[in-house]
Design a protein around this ligand. Structure first.
Ligand code: FAE
Length: 544
């Protein structure tokens, strides 16, 4: 973006978005500009290859494309642009169908029951849907699937961490460079915006968040309005009946049809708009090997929309950027090391994994304190207890868009749980397995209680015990924010170069060791910006 005129930028985005639209109209699995659109096979060699199209992958693709490097992006999920039978691309949380869930026959929300009743999840057809839940013993990892990765399914909360949290997570990264250069660059390119405080204060759609804030304030806690990538001007038009509804129509974890500035509309559209980047969807990268001349070769499987493998191919490249997310990138590297194709990879691989201290819980409100039957799905309030002596807590007020009054205040707390898990390769299942004990979530629960027990006492509220299948009040057996596995400065060098394999880079959330204190995607994006800038200059010979 730097040094580029606005008209060039908007032209590039226009071209990229047009390519996305026409790919959808033609039913193509690939997005590219010009003649490449017509070629239907993978090249046997590309200068740069990016695996995965979430935050890390999208940053790498854009900056490589801008630098004039021909780049191929391989994404396992779908290109989400074709309308389903209801005329929409994505389904809502209230009426999920096969588009919701990755290769399962039942939806898998973390909040599985209400009044202990199994009323939330639905049977569905097996399909390459947009939200995946990867089951490990004692821990489930949620992740987005499709061109845009997690940006398709997440809540869009765009939070810059405090300096001390950043220093704890990434001690070797200069905070000055992050706060002065890479966080602003990431926020700009992601399209971060803020809700109007005046509108927030009176709209019925955020009553639930105001109630949560008031309860926290009564216990002496601060709260903040959190920036987001959802277009708040669009949301206000939704409220006024002037724009199609998405955040106000119970859309979020299975995708937003309108309003969300997901990566396919920002970074990836701009990447394609450079004319140097091509994205292929429904391509699962399985492993990496290195030829004697340094060429990196990935093995790729093309899958159909039911997950069946159609063909296997190899593609060679000079520079390989892994952005398959914490679970995906770590698995790919572990498989490559353990099956002998990249035997030199570091012993630190797989280590330093954490949940970002995620723990979810609900509180039951008294009948005179309703949270509202109409709730925007885009969270905007963070209860900020980052100075708690028992450990910092940043808890979002999570919507429960049931369409009826539930009297529930739902929270996802981000705590600085110091526990770390480790991925190992399980050759029997040919996949990575996470080693995580059930009691490793306890520090998250303890920290959340230190913040929210006083909130309950101050407001006469109690924890709900009917939401997570059994009678537990705190759900710490899943994470929305998996981090680590290929930690910066351990399995990689200080800029994401994989130790033991020149030309191979990690660019996603697996670089961050387990926690960053707030919702992570702005940090993942900014770190990827920092690393790719360095790699372009030092390894690929491009200066901006
Ligand atoms: P990610 O975005 O997960 O992208 C990885 C991509 O790689 C995916 O598209 C995969 O399909 C693809 N892939 C995986 N394996 C392969 C393979 N072998 N071959 C080809 N492609 C592959 O990675 N964070 C926030 O900051 N704010 C929020 O409000 C927020 N809300 C969330 C809500 C939900 C429901 C979820 C699930 C997550 C949320 N997050 C939020 C977390 C955020 O989305 C996540 O940290 C980032 O998406 C991680 O970015 P990565 O680049 O690491």
């Amino acid at each position: 973006m730097i040094g580029m005129a606005n008209s060039d930028l908007s032209r590039r985005r226009f071209l990229g978005l047009a390519a996305v639209q026409s790919a959808a109209a033609l039913g193509l699995e690939r997005i590219a500009l010009g003649s490449e659109q017509d070629s239907d096979s993978l090249p046997s060699f590309v200068p740069a290859l990016v695996v995965g199209s979430g935050y890390g992958g999208a940053v790498s693709a854009l900056r490589l494309g801008e630098a004039g490097v021909r780049t191929l992006v391989l994404e396992e999920g779908k290109l989400w642009n074709e309308p389903g039978p209801d005329g929409e691309v994505f389904c809502s949380v209230l009426d999920p169908d096969r588009r919701s869930t990755w290769l399962r026959t039942r939806t898998q929300t973390p909040l599985g029951t209400f009044l202990w009743l199994d009323v939330v999840n639905r049977d569905i057809e097996r399909f390459t849907g947009v939200l995946d839940r990867v089951e490990h013993p004692n821990m489930a990892i949620y992740q987005g699937r499709g061109v845009g990765g997690g940006s398709l399914v997440n809540g869009g909360m765009a939070v810059v961490p405090e300096r001390r949290a950043l220093r704890r997570a990434l001690p070797t990264v200069s905070p000055e460079s992050m706060y002065e250069r890479y966080f602003p660059r990431a926020r700009r390119q992601l399209g971060v915006n803020e809700i109007s405080p005046a509108w927030f204060e009176h709209t019925e759609w955020y009553r639930y968040a105001r109630v949560a804030r008031r309860h926290a304030n009564r216990a002496g806690l601060d709260s903040v309005l959190v920036p987001n990538v959802y277009d708040f001007a669009h949301m206000r038009r939704e409220a006024e009946g002037e724009a199609p509804r998405s955040a106000l129509a119970a859309e979020v974890i299975y995708g937003n049809n309108y309003g969300k500035r997901s990566l396919d509309r920002t970074y990836l559209a701009d990447a394609v708009g450079t004319g140097n980047v091509r994205i292929e969807s429904l391509r699962r990268v399985r492993s990496v090997r290195r030829e004697p001349d340094g060429t990196l070769v990935v093995s790729v499987r093309r899958i159909d929309e039911s997950g069946t493998v159609l063909e296997s191919r190899e593609v060679g490249c000079r520079w390989l950027f892994l952005g398959a997310g914490s679970n995906g990138t770590t698995e790919l590297l572990l498989r490559s090391r353990e099956t002998g194709s990249l035997p030199e990879l570091s012993e630190h691989l797989g280590q330093g994994w954490g949940t970002n201290g995620n723990v979810m819980f609900g509180r039951s409100n008294p009948l005179w304190d309703p949270t509202g039957g109409r709730q925007s799905t885009i969270p905007v309030v963070g209860i900020d207890d980052r100075n708690n002596p028992h450990g910092p807590v940043f808890a979002e007020s999570v919507p429960l868009p049931a369409g009826v009054e539930t009297f529930v205040s739902l929270h996802l707390a981000i705590t600085e749980n110091p526990e770390r898990g480790r991925f190992v390769f399980d050759s029997a299942s040919d996949s990575a397995r996470l080693l995580w004990d059930p009691d490793q979530g306890q520090p998250s629960v303890t920290a959340a209680r230190a913040t929210f027990d006083p909130v309950n006492r101050a407001n006469g509220t109690i924890y709900r015990r009917d939401l997570f299948g059994d009678t537990r009040a705190f759900e710490d057996r899943f994470t929305y924010h998996p981090l680590g596995g290929c930690v910066l400065g351990a399995a990689t060098d200080g800029h994401g170069r994989v130790r033991g394999c020149p030309g191979l880079y990690v660019t996603d959330g697996s670089l961050i060791p387990g926690a960053v204190g707030v919702n992570p995607f702005v940090t993942i994006t900014a770190l990827a910006e920092r690393n790719v800038e360095h790699v372009l200059a030092a390894d690929i010979g491009v200066r901006r």
